[in-house]
Design a protein around this ligand. Structure first.
Ligand code: B12
Length: 267
């Protein structure tokens, strides 16, 4: 079974194309790494700077059975167009949305986007592989933890999943990404020497602060969790072995975005 995880274009935010990789997608599919019955591909149409039509062709060229799409409030309209284009071309593709916007507005999206089949709310490190397994086995997918879906004209809303023990999550595989796509700019700042040599790593999730403008609090209710130093170090070794020279640590303590990337390390 072919699983494609994608970002949607975001025509209003060109300044972050070719910046940082979609770790969320890598975490959502990490649990499928040991399952030979699944072939996984990442289509980061945002970083590739594609138009919506190009993104539809890009995704279809991957021949997905399951399409997982990350949605932010900034590109929900492009996401909707992408889902419409893909489903119109092949109604048999199962479409799943996730990420911050889909988690917060799952019912609205399921009501307004008939081309969307499911929403997995919150952290999908375990729920997305579980959904893929059930779809493969043709099993009932309702009542999967964190899943929102339509049933008899109603929207059944799943509880956003929050993973307490971040060390229980499987390591992500950055080989699923095109390294050269990332690290050439950030917020319009050109990063001449970093192209293809930089990646990001997430060391914690959640945030103890409650800034009114920030959506993170809604996603994780302020539950701050961090990975152990040992697990982070294990990942740095893999990152260096995969040829990355710079790592930007993403802390999810969301303050005005500028400060999030103050610390980076050279491999
Ligand atoms: C790194 C980062 C980026 C990177 C990489 C983006 C990416 N796709 O990951 C770059 C620099 C490219 C970026 C750009 C932007 N970003 Co940004 N970004 C972040 C940041 C700091 C960390 C994301 C991350 O890696 N988290 C760690 C991973 C493990 O968690 P995750 O991504 O949430 O994924 C988990 C779940 O959400 C879920 N999930 C996620 N995607 C999917 C998909 C499927 C199918 C499923 C089932 C589940 C699922 O499962 C994952 C594993 O548990 C977050 C803040 C935050 N703390 O999360 C802001 C954040 C996501 N960004 C935000 C914004 C606004 C933007 C920009 C619009 C900024 C701008 N004006 O340019 C652009 C838009 C780009 C776009 N449309 O994608 C907002 C989104 C708010 C909202 N309501 O949508 C956030 C939440 C910051 C904030 N505090 O408000 N961003």
């Amino acid at each position: 079974m072919k699983v494609v995880l994608a970002t949607a274009p975001d025509n209003d935010s060109p300044w972050n194309q070719n910046s940082f990789p979609p770790l969320g997608l890598l975490y959502a599919c990490a649990g499928l790494a040991d399952a030979p019955e699944f072939r996984v591909e990442i289509a980061d149409t945002y970083a590739e700077g594609l138009s919506v039509d190009q993104a539809v062709s890009r995704v279809l060229s991957c021949s997905p059975d399951i399409l997982g799409l990350t949605v932010t409030s900034g590109n929900v309209s492009e996401a909707r167009e992408l889902l419409t284009g893909v489903k119109t071309a092949n109604p048999g593709i199962v479409t799943v949305a996730g990420g911050i916007h889909a988690t917060l507005f799952d019912d609205l999206m399921l009501r307004e986007v008939p081309q969307l089949d499911y929403v997995l709310r919150g952290e999908a490190d375990f729920s997305f592989p579980a959904l893929c397994e059930r779809l493969l086995d043709g099993k009932d997918v309702s009542r999967l933890p964190g899943m929102s879906y339509r049933s008899n004209g109603q929207i059944v809303r799943g509880e956003p999943q929050i993973i307490d023990d971040l060390d229980s999550i499987r390591a992500i595989d950055r080989n699923l990404l095109k390294k050269s796509l990332y690290g050439t700019q950030w917020y319009g700042w050109k990063l001449p020497e970093a192209g293809g040599r930089v990646t990001t790593a997430s060391t914690s999730r959640g945030c103890p602060f409650h800034c009114t403008f920030c959506s993170m609090v809604k996603l994780c209710g302020g539950r701050f969790r961090h990975r152990s130093a040992g697990k982070v170090f294990e990942e740095l070794v893999i990152i260096a072995e995969q040829g990355h020279e710079f790592v930007i640590f993403l802390t999810t303590i969301s303050r005005p975005i500028r400060s999030e990337y103050v610390n980076y390390a050279r491999c």
